[in-house]
Design a protein around this ligand. Sequence first.
Ligand SMILES: [Zn+2]
Ligand SMILES: [Zn+2]
Length: 166
Amino acid sequence: MSASVEIACPRDSEAFTRVYAPTPRELPTATRCTHCGDEHPLLHASLTPEGGLRACVSCGHPELYTLKEFPRKLGITVVVVAAVLAPFTYYVSLFVAAALDAALYAFAPDMVMCYVCHAAHRKFARDPRHPRFDREIDERLKFGTRAVMGKPMRPGGTAGAPEPEH
Ligand SMILES: [Zn+2]
Ligand SMILES: [Zn+2]
């Protein structure tokens, strides 16, 4: 159960290099990019002493969100199989599928994503916790003062922030 982070390449925002370590604090301070071949830094200043995230390890931005890594394909397969079997099982298969999908979701691991560079952090310490995706934060970062929604960043970013209400 090692920690990992996917570092975004500054030259291509779609290119990520995944770096693993037994614990977050043991991650290297830089990694060779599989896309451009340069060394990109891993920002240890973003880590708490316990290996939690104060900010993004890739770009240093302090606003992050927690996302369930739901096995989407498996989830869809379960629903499709259940639908095919439904006429033969008096539709019981649909209830079984719903239960299975709920279980898959409940056990899906969390990853912490950066709003800015989309780096994915896995198996970092859970404290401080970052709330789930907030469209207001996303819009403010994308559109700045032109954002329809959006409120100023709270001090310290999203660390320990409450969940969005919407
Ligand atoms: Zn690169
Ligand atoms: Zn980032």
